[in-house]
Design a protein around this ligand. Structure first.
Ligand code: ATP
Length: 462
């Protein structure tokens, strides 16, 4: 539940407006009025999201010996989700209001504005007339095949509500085909779908979203310890992408509030402008998942330890992060308005997204000082071509260079490179073939040789 004590709706409004104006996030189907709970990422949002997913994959799969990746189907067999408990129980309590005809998630109405009287929360106005809560299943159901019969249970499939289930179902195949040994993890990044009763807080609660999940299989004796270790690993990851620990809160989910099979669950929460809310769950799920799929499929899923000759069902620790929520946290964390004074003392507000360079959608802006100067343009284009295979760059030759810097500040580009008269040798031989390198955060400028640019940048943007 969000902590509303320290919210900043104005800041959130500015962030939402910048995201649309500069091409980070648009409402899906906006041209036709919009599809509630669905979002499209524009050119810069797509880059940002890709950087996050790529870095997560690199740190979680590529740089570890004990985690392998997979990419499962989104359409999921009914049997899988019956066994996992989703068909029977993946629901939220829902209430209707007989007055306004609205439908609300019963455990989440605090702070949700009443459609008839927005100054009140749902249920608080004397006119509100809420029904008893009833369970609403959050899964999107569909039929597979052209001749699918409505009553044929084998033709029923669901859009997956989490990426985890395909990992459990393929656990044995991965084990048999990739020579992994306990403890090991299977990681996946991909879309999940939940028909949320009240999508809200921008992209935070969406109906279509992406998850970054790890199912880490282990011996039962190691489950608790590994849950704590994964919590630390995940906290470190957030620091590496620019979300400081001071803005993260760890909720040790108490008994009675955890899923019945979970022995320990930590929620990692972030201070969003709309309250402190969950970014990721790190849950010790015991052998629940493999147990239900072993039973549901009738196929053995036990692990045989060659050394100890022990046969057992592995336990699972699951760090499950939301990609869209993390993108939103990155934008909220990066957003800054800095008051600057010019030489005459006139105040000006600079909007900057202070992304850590490895997350920034564009790494370098490339600016020929004068677009009419053919030599400057030629060198600028050459630098662009040299950097492009390695990182995203943005070439901009229109308007005063100060304005061009500001446009890049607003989308979080950490470095700017300006090709000027010194580059051409007009300031003496010493500066020939050097460019101005401008830092987004400090606005400081230094000179760097064109040849040194690529290694200098690569060290900082990866
Ligand atoms: P919540 O309590 O916020 O509904 P949850 O505890 O149901 O979330 P999980 O099932 O643990 O979430 O999913 C793991 C992660 O997936 C969450 O921590 C979150 O980052 C992300 N996630 C879940 N539901 C959504 C959603 N509707 N929109 C965006 N991200 C989501």
């Amino acid at each position: 539940m969000a902590d509303k004590s320290n919210t900043d709706p104005q800041r959130m409004e500015k962030i939402v407006s910048l995201c649309k104006r500069r091409g980070f996030i648009y409402q899906a189907g906006e041209l036709y009025g919009g599809l509630n709970g669905c979002w499209d990422y524009g050119p810069l949002g797509a880059e940002l999201k890709r950087n996050l997913k790529d870095y997560w994959w690199r740190r979680t799969v590529q740089e570890r010996d004990d985690v392998v990746g997979m990419d499962g189907a989104i359409l999921t067999m009914q049997q899988v989700l019956v066994a996992s408990g989703h068909v029977g129980g993946f629901s939220d309590p829902m209430v209707d209001c007989k007055t306004c005809k609205g439908r609300f998630r019963a455990d989440n109405i605090a702070g949700l504005a009443c459609p008839e009287k927005p100054s009140c929360s749902v249920g608080e106005s004397p006119k509100c007339e809420l029904t008893e809560a009833r369970e609403f299943n959050l899964m999107f159901k569909t039929k597979v095949g052209a001749s699918a019969d409505e009553s044929d249970p084998n033709a029923t499939a669901y859009l997956r509500p989490e990426t985890a289930q395909s990992i459990f179902v393929q656990y044995k195949n991965v084990l048999d085909s990739s020579r992994v040994k306990l403890p090991f993890g299977i990681a996946q990044v991909g879309k999940s779908f939940r028909n949320e009763i009240n999508p809200r807080n921008y992209t935070f609660r969406s109906r279509e979203f992406e998850q970054m999940e790890i199912e880490y299989f282990c011996h039962p004796k190691d489950g608790m310890r590994l849950t704590d270790e994964w919590l630390e690993t995940r906290l470190k990851f957030y620091e590496e992408i620019g979300i400081p620990r001071t803005k993260l809160h760890i909720l040790d989910v108490p008994d009675g509030e955890r899923a019945f099979y979970s022995k320990k669950t930590y929620d990692i929460e972030y201070e969003f402008p709309f309250g402190i809310q969950e970014l990721e769950g790190v849950a010790y799920r015991t052998d629940y998942d493999l147990g239900v799929h072993q039973k549901g499929s009738g196929r053995p899923l036990e692990y045989f330890d060659e050394e100890t000759k022990e046969k057992f069902l592995p336990h699972v620790v699951e760090p499950s992060a939301g990609c869209d929520r993390t993108v939103l946290a990155l934008i909220c964390e990066a957003y800054d308005e800095e008051v600057l004074k010019d030489e005459k003392g006139k105040e000006d507000v600079r909007t900057v997204l202070r992304f850590t360079p490895r997350m920034a959608p564009i790494k370098v802006g490339i600016f020929p000082l004068l677009k009419k100067n053919e030599e400057q343009v030629r060198i600028a284009r050459e630098i662009q071509k040299k950097l492009q295979p390695w990182m995203t760059v943005f070439y901009d030759d229109s308007g005063a260079v100060g304005r061009r810097y500001r446009r890049q500040d607003e989308v979080g580009t950490p470095y700017g490179v300006t090709i000027d008269f010194e580059t051409l040798g007009e300031g003496g031989d010493e500066l020939k073939n050097t460019v101005t390198l401008r830092h987004r955060d400090s606005m400081e400028q230094e000179r760097i040789a064109i040849d040194a640019l690529l290694p200098w940048l690569l060290e900082r943007v990866r």
